[in-house]
Design a protein around this ligand. Structure first.
Ligand code: 6PG
Length: 632
C-alpha cells in the first residue's frame, strides 16, 4: 500500500503522513529528504525549483516507491504540485492519493510558525501558482485537526479493502505471533484458520478483531475469501503442525493458486518431506519455500531467526518482508538468509533443534551436579550461572535457566514441582536418524534425545530406583575449585555440541551439493533463535577460517585448556552416581576424534576372525584388504 499525501508547503503533509504511518504501521517518508543538495540550497535561498530541478528528485522517489511496495508499502509526503510530477510517481498500480487544501492565509500562517525548515514562506506564492488540482484522490481540508483528517482517511474503502501482501494460515501460538509481527511492521496481512464446528470457530476473524490496533490485519474463516484477499504473487505462510496436515493443506490450496504463487512452510517439517513437496510443487510452477523459524513465541512476535530454502528467485520476492520481521544481528543485519536448495532450510532448523536439545541437557546436568553434588540452593546456582554469562558464556538458554531457578510458587521453587519427564516433538530424533543415514558421528547430540526418552519412562525409573536404592552422592572437594572445573566442563561440552551439529551440516551439504555457508548460518543464529549465544557470535568468524571448529586456532587452544577438567567432572560425577549423558558423550566424541590411535584395530580383527570380513594393514598404503587365518 502506497499512500501519497500531496499539497503545497505548510499544508501539513508531514503531520498527517506521520499520523497515518503510525496508525497503519507503515514507514513514513518525507519527499523533502530525497532532494539533491543543489535543490535544498536553491530552496533555502528562496529560489523556486524548475521542472528540470525536480525531475531527478521525482525519479529517485519513484525508484524508492518500488522498493517500498515490495515490502508492504509506505506513506510519502510529497508536494507533487503538477500532474506530470504525479505521473512520474505513478510507478505502482495502486496509489492512494490524499490532497491537502487550504486558504493562502492559513498556509502562510503555518509556514511562518515553522522553525528550522529550509523552505522560506516567500515560496508559497510560487507553489500555489504551480499547483494543479487533481480530479482524483481524496481532498482534505487543512483547517480541520490532523486527528479529524486521520479519521476521515481511515474511512476510505481503498484502505479497508486493500490487498494483503502476506497470508498466514494457522492461528496457533507461532502463527498468531508472526502475523502480529508482520502487521506491526506495516505489512498488510491476512490470516486464516480452519473452521471445525464446536472446536475451532471464527478463530482468525476473532483474532483480527481483537487486534484492532493493526488496521491492516484481516481475519478470514473461509479459505477462498482469504486467498482472494491476497496480492499476486500470493505469499502464503503455513504455520500448522508438521506431517500429513501440511500435505492436506497444500492439496486444498493448489486449485486456488496460480503460477508463481509462493507457499512457505514455517513449521518444523522433516526436511526430506520438504524436498519432496518442493519438487512436486516446482513441477506445477508453484513456489515452495521450506523455512525453519526459531525463537519460540517471543521470537516470532518480536523478531525470529529464519532459515528459508528451496528456490532463490522465490526467496528474493519474500526477502524484503522477512528482513523486516526478522531479529537483527549485532551489526543490525537481519537474521535471515537464503540457505540452499530443496529442504535445506528445514534441514538446518532440525540440526539447530538438535543442538538446542544438547544445550538444554548439558545445562540440566550442570544444575543437577550443583544442586546435589555441591549442595547449592537454586538461588545460589542462579547467581553463579548468571556470572558465567558475563564471563564469555552468554546464551539465551543460560539466561532463561538463571531465571527459571528463581521462580517460586508459594514456598516452593516451581522447578521442584515440575515432573521430570521431558517431551519432544521430533526434530532431535530426526537429526539422529539423519546422522546415521549420512554416516556422521552424532553421539553427544543423540545422547540428549536418549536422555529425554529415558526421562519419559518415569514409572520404570521409579521402580528401578527402588530396587537399586540409587542416590547421588555429595562431593567432598573444594567448592571453588570444583565450580571452576564445572564451568570449564560446561564450556567445552558446548563447543563439542556445536561442532557435532555443524559437522552433520557440513557432511550433508557436501553429499547433497547444497553449498551451505556455515559462517552465514551461525550469523543468522546470533539473534532471534533459541541457541543464540556469544559462542555463536564467535563462530561466525571461526567458520571463515575452517568448516570444523576443532581445526580453528582459538578452539584448539580452548580444547587443550579445558579437556581434562571435562574428564575430571565426568569422572567425579560418575563415581557419585550421576548420569551425565551429554557431558560424557562430548568427552568421548572429543577424545575419539582427536586421536590417531583408536581401538578399532581390534574390532577389525574380531570381524575378520568370526566372519572373514577382512581388514586393511597399516604398512600398506594402497588400502588393500587382507584376511588372516586366525586359528592357525
Ligand atoms: C525454536 C524451537 C522450537 C520449539 C521446538 C521444541 O527454535 O524456536 O526449537 O522450534 O521450541 O520445536 O521442540 P521439542 O518439543 O521437540 O522440544
Amino acid at each position: 500500500m502506497i499512500i501519497i499525501v500531496t499539497g503545497v508547503s505548510g499544508s501539513g503533509k508531514t503531520t498527517l503522513g506521520s499520523l497515518l504511518a503510525k496508525k497503519l504501521r507503515l514507514p513514513f517518508f518525507d519527499a523533502d529528504d530525497f532532494h539533491p543538495p543543489a535543490n535544498i540550497q536553491k530552496m533555502s535561498m528562496g529560489i523556486p525549483l524548475t521542472d528540470q530541478d525536480r525531475l531527478p528528485w521525482l525519479e529517485h522517489l519513484a525508484d524508492s516507491m518500488l522498493q517500498w511496495e515490495n515490502s508492504g508499502g509506505g506513506i510519502l509526503a510529497c508536494s507533487a504540485l503538477r500532474e506530470n510530477y504525479r505521473e512520474t510517481l505513478q510507478v505502482v498500480p495502486k496509489i492512494i492519493w490524499l490532497h491537502l487544501k487550504g486558504s493562502k492565509e492559513l498556509l502562510h500562517e503555518r509556514m511562518n510558525n515553522r522553525e528550522g525548515h529550509y523552505m522560506k514562506p516567500g515560496l508559497l506564492d510560487s507553489q500555489l501558482e504551480t499547483w494543479e488540482e487533481p480530479e482524483y484522490g481524496m481532498h482534505l481540508d487543512v483547517s480541520k485537526t490532523p486527528e479529524t483528517l486521520l479519521e476521515e482517511v481511515m474511512q476510505l474503502d481503498e484502505i479497508n479493502a486493500c490487498e494483503s501482501h502476506f497470508g498466514v494460515i494457522g492461528m496457533g501460538v507461532m502463527g498468531k505471533s508472526l502475523a502480529l509481527n508482520l502487521a506491526e511492521n506495516g505489512i498488510p496481512t491476512a490470516v486464516y484458520n480452519r473452521h471445525v464446528p464446536g472446536k475451532e470457530e471464527k478463530i482468525a476473524s476473532t483474532f483480527a478483531t481483537t487486534n484492532q490496533e493493526f488496521p491492516l490485519l484481516k481475519g478470514f474463516d473461509n479459505l477462498e475469501a482469504f486467498i482472494g484477499s491476497l496480492a499476486k504473487p500470493r505469499k502464503i505462510l503455513l504455520m500448522i503442525p508438521a506431517g500429513a496436515v501440511i500435505d492436506q493443506q497444500i492439496q486444498q490450496l493448489e486449485p486456488m493458486l496460480e503460477k508463481g504463487d509462493i507457499i512457505i512452510d514455517g513449521g518444523n517439517s522433516f526436511f526430506e518431506d520438504s524436498t519432496r513437496r518442493f519438487r512436486a510443487l516446482s513441477e506445477k510452477e508453484l513456489h515452495y519455500i521450506p523455512m525453519g523459524v526459531s525463537g519460540g513465541e517471543e521470537g516470532a512476535r518480536k523478531g525470529p531467526s529464519m532459515m528459508p530454502g528451496g528456490n532463490k528467485e522465490a526467496y528474493d520476492i519474500i526477502a524484503p518482508y522477512l528482513k523486516k520481521i526478522a531479529a537483527k544481528d549485532a551489526s543490525g543485519k537481519a537474521c535471515v538468509s537464503f540457505i540452499g536448495p530443496d529442504g535445506s532450510g528445514h534441514f538446518i532448523k532440525m540440526v539447530h533443534n538438535s543442538i538446542e536439545y544438547a544445550e538444554m541437557q548439558v545445562l540440566a546436568e550442570t544444575v543437577h551436579l550443583m544442586k546435589y553434588g555441591l549442595k547449592l540452593s537454586y538461588p545460589e546456582i542462579s547467581k553463579i550461572m548468571k556470572s558465567w554469562g558475563t564471563e564469555g558464556l552468554k546464551s539465551y538458554l543460560l539466561d532463561i535457566t538463571v531465571e527459571i531457578l528463581t521462580v517460586k510458587e508459594g514456598k516452593n521453587f516451581l522447578l521442584d514441582l515440575i515432573l521430570d519427564k521431558a517431551e519432544q516433538k521430533g526434530t532431535g530424533g530426526w537429526s539422529l536418524t539423519t546422522a546415521l543415514k549420512y554416516h556422521v558421528p552424532y553421539s553427544p547430540l543423540s545422547e540428549a534425545v536418549t536422555a529425554r526418552l529415558l526421562s519419559s519412562q518415569k514409572e520404570d525409573r521409579e521402580e528401578l530406583a527402588g530396587l537399586y536404592s540409587h542416590r547421588f552422592g555429595a562431593f567432598a572437594e573444594d567448592k571453588v575449585i570444583l565450580l571452576e572445573k564445572l564451568k570449564n566442563a560446561y564450556t567445552l561440552t558446548r563447543i563439542i555440541n556445536h561442532e557435532v551439529g555443524f559437522n552433520l551440516m557440513h557432511q550433508v551439504s557436501e553429499q547433497e551439493n547444497w553449498n551451505l555457508d556455515f559462517s552465514e548460518i551461525s550469523r543468522i543464529w546470533t539473534n532471534g533463535c533459541i541457541i543464540r549465544s556469544s559462542l555463536m557470535e564467535n563462530m561466525t568468524g571461526l567458520f571463515k577460517e575452517n568448516s570444523s571448529l576443532l581445526k580453528t586456532k582459538a578452539i584448539k587452544t580452548k580444547v587443550k585448556e579445558l579437556r581434562f577438567d571435562l574428564a575430571y567432572i565426568i569422572g567425579l560425577g560418575l563415581q557419585h552416581a550421576y548420569a551425565l549423558p551429554v557431558m560424557s558423550a562430548a568427552a568421548n566424541y572429543l577424545f575419539g576424534r582427536i586421536t590417531s590411535d583408536s581401538s578399532a584395530n581390534l574390532i577389525q580383527a574380531q570381524r575378520d576372525f568370526f566372519g572373514a570380513h577382512t581388514f586393511q594393514r597399516k604398512e600398506d598404503p594402497t588400502g588393500g584388504y587382507y584376511h588372516s587365518d586366525w586359528k592357525n
